[in-house]
Design a protein around this ligand. Structure first.
Ligand code: DGJ
Length: 748
């Protein structure tokens, strides 16, 4: 049991061996006061001494009392309008127009394990001992609404999951204008806020700024979590580093419009708020209906940012990702997109597949362009039947041919989209998202289907089902290439238009769920023009995500490094592509491209029928190498060593759980003349294990590798060499080191 309740003082203490989270019920107003979140503290029969009160000039709730001002009390799920002026966790508009609520503590219940979240993606447990859930039941007796705050603490993970649900027990409808997943008040503002920011082709760049008074935050209004911001923020203590010190992570399991922010008030209290973006949100809660918020995953780390990342990696890969692919080796794939774009036929595809199979690739993925008359990006989305001009034997015939080559077959869809030249549009022009009598904007010449409508989902399910059930498909890439504009559903009444964005994403989740239930063997890879919807919500349905359309190795260092803040390596889609790179025109060595891609799902996206024999040889070796170490890359503990955001060098490593093996990737972006000695200090090794390093032909104890570091210079034994005679690595060079316990690789 990880929850202690001090019944007399109405205090709740969630804890495990690493974390404590304490709150209480306020005596007079019966609302919840937050007392502590951080490193584990001993339980006491009373935490009264943690209460902070000061008489301040303020509005107070009760006459004759000058300290019950909610503005000066740290809270759990704050409301606006009754003495707190900061950003609230919820807002409800009632039948008479009032927005004042008063949710008072009624009861609590402790549930072994973790209940499911209805219709929403969420982390889970496999047995009840893995976690304990505390539900706090609050009631607004005037409105007859119950509010259930849910807190799940994992027994052996530094994780607390929070969500809220509103139950309308009255006979009147009301409107929820804001229902966040979590709100946490920290007693001070000595933090930096970290988040991931970007755009198409340059996703997940790490941003840091010291907190200052006022609100600093990120959000999405685009209908998906977006390339621009990831639904995540972390508060890092000012003295915390990549590997030491306190960090608090907040990651939202949601793929639609979100808000994540930190508000520092005038007394330096920091309020973190995270959940569905209240902007444009308005949910009509009818009598007897329930509204469930998405969940926020809060991670506390006393081992810096890397400690936080490792907790997210382990939780998300083992208790968010589901199904057979959670524990199965992810296939090395080849995708034809950058090899052919729309210009292919069956013969070309089979040529690529044949050659890829010969190189050792395990899965062939046919990308965009196989359906309708899709020869460019202005046609055919929605007509999900094979283009017989390109593929005379259809997807059925092609997939069988590819299986006969000894590879699995995967297929691209963009289920949420429609082009106007389709039979689907001719039949159902009203299925696109559009506001009546207004212009409808396009994105990449396409329009978005109204996924808030069940009949649209039924139709897309049945058209995908036809293709899947007739073919041998073991992988689906689900793409989504534009954001939502002119948001409106002709299916919803005027007073429910504020539900549109949330209903849209619930529709996306529903289609995923139906496909997964019918085809549990299929590996889904989610994609949204690259990483436009790389979020924990998606991971519940698709174990891997195409991280970015940018396949340049140097750009990928930043994108993959940033993604690794939250997402495990086996979810980070990464391919080796051709040079000059199609997004930036850069020419990087094939060796470096693979060494970056190894630290992700790993695959290829180039025309292998057009490469030289020496490149084929190199690729064969890369694939053999990856097959040998796939488990280590995908299931090891990941450590970031040198950041691409602050230096010319980048390094990271993966260490096996038993610490007997590790792989280090080191990348130097620009070559430098007459340079210093280079050395990196490794992490996560066993200090007393003697590791051999095949590439260097040397052996070192773990403590030496972690404290002295490992030299990255060439070991020149020929003293007669002059500087101009020695080999220069050139720009974009890389080193890969495999550390193995024992003497395997040592020369005799
Ligand atoms: C965007 C994706 O990110 C690419 O990988 C590719 O699938 C294209 N869409 C196809 O249109």
């Amino acid at each position: 049991m990880n929850i202690e309740v001090n019944k007399l003082n109405k205090e709740f203490h969630l804890f495990n061996e690493h974390i404590s989270y304490v709150f209480r019920v306020l005596e007079k107003c019966n609302q919840l006061e937050h007392l502590y979140y951080g490193k584990k503290i001993n339980h006491r029969n009373s935490f009264n001494h943690l209460i902070e009160r000061e008489v301040r000039p303020a509005c107070n709730m009760f006459e004759g009392d000058h300290t019950t001002s909610l503005e000066h009390i740290k809270q759990e799920y704050p409301s606006f309008g009754t003495t707190d002026y900061r950003y609230p966790a919820h807002t409800i508009t009632q039948a008479n127009g009032s927005k004042i609520t008063n949710f008072q503590y009624e009861d609590y219940r402790i549930i072994p394990g973790k209940p499911k979240l209805n219709g929403l993606p969420a982390t889970y447990v496999e047995n009840k001992e893995e976690a304990t859930t505390l539900e706090i039941i609050l009631i607004d007796t005037l409105l007859k609404i119950r509010l259930i705050l849910s807190y799940t603490i994992y027994t052996h993970r530094n994780v607390i999951c929070r969500s809220a649900r509103f139950i309308n027990e009255s006979n009147k409808s009301l409107f929820i204008n804001n229902a966040l997943s979590a709100s946490v008040d920290f007693p001070d503002n000595e933090f930096e806020m970290i988040h991931l920011s970007g755009a198409w082709a340059r996703e997940t760049h790490i941003e840091k700024k010291k907190l200052s008074r006022g609100i600093q935050g990120i959000y999405s209004t685009r209908g998906s979590s977006s390339h621009i911001h990831n639904p995540f923020i972390a508060l890092k203590r000012l003295d915390a580093t990549e590997h030491t010190g306190d960090v608090f992570g907040f990651s939202l399991v949601y793929s639609g419009n979100f808000l994540a922010q930190a508000e520092v008030d005038t007394y330096d209290v920091t309020r973190v708020s995270i959940g569905i973006n209240p902007f444009l949100f308005k949910w009509k809660l009818k009598p007897n209906e329930t509204f469930q918020t998405p969940e926020c995953i809060m991670v506390y780390s006393e081992e810096g940012l890397n400690g936080m990342s490792q907790t997210y990696h382990e939780l998300y890969s083992k208790r968010l990702v589901r199904g057979i692919w959670r524990d199965k080796s992810r296939p090395i794939l080849i995708n034809n997109w950058e090899a052919t774009y729309f210009d292919f036929n069956e013969e070309k595809i089979l040529d690529i597949a044949y050659q890829a199979k010969e190189l050792g690739v395990e899965l062939f993925v046919l990308d965009d362009g196989w359906f309708g008359q899709r020869n460019s990006d202005n046609s055919s989305l929605g007509d999900w039947f094979a283009d017989k001009k390109k593929l005379p034997n259809g997807i059925n015939g092609l997939s069988k041919n590819i299986e006969e080559l000894g590879m699995s077959f995967g297929l691209w869809f963009e289920p949420e989209m429609i082009c106007k030249d389709t039979s689907l549009f001719t039949k159902h022009p009203d299925w696109i998202i559009a506001t009546p009598h207004r212009n409808t904007s396009h994105g990449r010449n396409q329009f978005v289907l109204d996924f808030s409508r069940p009949e649209v989902i039924d139709y897309i399910f049945s058209s995908m089902d036809k293709i899947i059930s007739n073919s041998k498909i073991s992988y689906i890439k689900w793409d989504m290439n534009r954001y939502i504009t002119e948001a409106y559903s002709i299916n919803l009444p005027a007073d429910q238009q504020g539900e549109f964005y949330h209903r849209y994403i619930l529709g996306v989740y529903e289609l995923y769920e139906r496909l997964i239930q019918k085809y549990p063997h299929i590996l889904f890879e989610s994609c949204a023009g690259g990483g436009g919807r790389f979020d924990p919500g998606m991971l519940f349905y698709s174990p891997q995500v195409w991280t970015s359309d940018n396949t340049d190795a140097v750009e990928r260092l930043k994108i993959q490094y940033g993604s690794s803040l939250i997402y495990p390596l086996n979810s980070i889609g990464s391919h080796v592509s051709s040079v000059p790179n199609h997004q930036v025109g850069r020419i990087t060595p094939l060796e470096t491209r693979a060494r970056v891609s190894f630290f992700g799902t790993f695959g290829y996206e180039l025309d292998v029928t057009k490469i030289s024999d020496s490149e084929k040889k190199e690729i064969r070796e890369q694939i053999l190498f990856f097959k040998k170490y796939r488990q280590l890359f995908h299931n090891g503990d990941f450590y970031r060593l040198l950041s691409p955001f602050s230096s010319n060098e980048v390094s990271w490593m993966s260490v096996s759980k038993d610490k007997k093996q590790a792989i280090v990737g080191y990348y130097k972006i620009l070559a430098k003349p007459n340079d210093k000695y280079y050395r990196i200090k490794l992490k996560g090794l066993n200090p007393d294990t003697l590791y051999s390093i095949k590439e260097k032909g040397t052996m070192h104890y773990g403590d030496e590798l972690m404290n002295v570091g490992i030299s990255l210079n060439e070991n020149y034994t020929n003293r007669a060499l002059e500087y101009w005679q020695k080999e220069k690595p050139g720009d974009f060079s890389s080193i890969l080191l495999v550390l193995t316990e024992g003497k395997d690789y040592l020369p005799n």
